[in-house]
Ligand binder design. Structure first.
Ligand SMILES: [Zn+2]
Length: 470
């Protein structure tokens, strides 16, 4: 018998509560052989974060992770759709996927936000900007999952209001998108992974269009018609980019929430929104299934060899001189269609190339930084005796703009590192994250956040040193 999702039971009248989602997952897991319910962690208010795993167990298969509703009750449709998808994998039209993938579904990444009707969690934090600091129990739980379960493919499902009262709405416009997918785009992602993601994205957009829904590569939230168009942000504070630096081919889905008579998009039309999410996610799964042969290649995800170049920052630039893109939008409040010209800056140009060191050394603040790195799955070793070593040392200078990157001056020197200093080798699993988290040139570095920024003394030798050899 087909188990009804909480949304189906309510006649699509209301958002499912976190508890109703958990009850459904428990029932579904009990009714489907070979599935397992995992408790990944707990929310601020102590609600369990659940993942439903369909694992083959006999032979290794590529691992595919689907996450919904990072933005809680403000973007519930992804979570609602994932319950129906889980049912189709357990006992319906998607059961064949289980021969190709191990699948893990986390429909409700922010249960407190869902129950409160907010995008943020119970501490008021935007979870999809917390994957550097990992300050919240929900992000630590999902980040831990990326480290332990090591998915090869990740989808993070979001929604976005087409009418934005406080920004674009004030100019008298709203957007007119049906489905947007983006790929992870941090410049330190290996070029092999970037190329493969782009190919898969193109297959995906074509497949969604074939099913009758206009689809395009994600355009970063348009807050003004005078702002250039770009794709999504590349910081690893976002889940999709963080997952990619752990080695996954990682994607973002965004479907729109329609405007509701002059106020910010609300929970109206949840059934249509959920159906749209479901169509997009099912298409995603079918495209990944059709390309399964190229997804599981572990060689793409090795740490970069010491001495190789790695980009840490990037900027969106025009794809050509005076490139203009006309976007179909709608006028507010009459909702008439109108084509609007935008400056097109959707080329992401990698900026800083930094040779990857063999190791980083921490001479001070060792416990604070080591704890932060450990949360990202990075392990260091303590120097038991003093070590004489050729290192690159850095002196930080105040940033050119408030809260900008520290300007850094680097020099080679031979230093004696005291016993008790810590060494982090970049040759470890996830070693690609070390330069991203520690270098001043990286906008995703710990030192861009007040907690760690205040440890930096400008004009003095910085307590993080690097060594090309070891
Ligand atoms: Zn979102």
């Amino acid at each position: 018998m087909k188990l009804a999702t909480p949304l189906e039971r309510s006649g699509a009248g209301e958002i499912s509560s976190a508890a109703a989602i958990r009850d459904f997952l428990v029932e579904l897991a009990a009714a489907s052989e070979g599935s397992r319910l995992l408790t990944l962690g707990y929310s601020v208010r102590g609600q369990p974060l659940l993942g439903l795993e369909f694992a083959n167990g006999q032979r290794p298969l590529p691992r595919l992770l689907l996450v919904g509703s990072h933005h809680g009750g403000s973007e519930p449709a992804g979570g609602e759709a994932l319950l129906a998808i889980a049912r189709s994998i357990a006992q319906g039209s998607l059961a064949g996927l289980r021969d190709l993938f191990d699948v893990l579904i986390v429909p409700d990444a922010n249960p407190d936000g869902r129950d409160a009707g907010t995008a943020r969690n119970a501490n008021g934090v935007n979870l999809n900007r917390d994957y550097v600091l990992l300050s919240q129990p929900e992000t630590r739980a999902l980040n831990g999952l990326l480290q332990r379960w090591r998915p090869q493919v990740v989808l993070d499902a979001h929604e976005s209001a087409s009418f934005k009262q406080h920004t674009l709405g004030k100019e008298g416009y709203l957007t007119d998108f049906e489905c947007q997918f983006d790929i992870a785009n941090h410049p330190a992602i290996s070029s092999a992974a970037q190329a493969l993601s782009t190919t898969l994205l193109n297959h995906l957009l074509a497949a969604v269009r074939e099913r009758g829904l206009p689809a395009q590569r994600y355009i970063r939230e348009i807050t003004s018609i005078r702002r250039p168009l770009t794709h999504g942000g590349y910081s690893i504070s976002r889940f999709r980019n963080k997952a990619a630096l752990y080695g996954a081919l990682s994607f973002l889905l965004e479907t729109p929430m329609p405007p509701k008579d002059g106020v910010y998009a609300s929970h109206q039309d949840l059934e249509t929104r959920t159906a749209k999410q479901r169509l997009c996610i099912e298409t995603f799964l079918r495209v990944m299934a059709s390309q399964v042969g190229c997804l599981g290649d572990e060689r793409h995800w090795q740490p970069p060899p010491a001495g190789s170049a790695m980009a840490l920052s990037a900027r969106y630039v025009s794809a050509g001189p005076e490139r203009i893109e006309w976007l179909r939008m709608r006028r507010y409040p009459d909702l008439d269609f109108i084509d609007v010209p935008f400056v097109d800056c959707r080329s992401l140009k990698a900026e800083t190339l930094s040779p990857v060191p063999a190791a980083y050394f921490l001479t001070h603040h060792t416990s604070a930084i080591a704890s932060a790195l450990l949360a990202h799955g990075l392990v260091g070793e303590t120097l038991e005796r003093r070590l004489r070593c050729d290192v690159l040392s850095t002196t930080a200078h105040p940033p050119a703009v408030a809260r900008g990157l520290f300007r850094a001056q680097t020099r080679s020197e031979a230093l004696s590192l005291e016993a008790g200093s810590l060494k982090f080798s970049t040759a470890q699993p996830f070693g690609r994250l070390l330069p991203v988290l520690l270098e001043f040139a990286s906008p995703s570095s710990l030192f861009q956040y007040p907690t760690y920024r205040r440890l930096v003394k400008t004009g003095e030798r910085h307590f993080v040193l690097s060594a090309l050899g070891h």
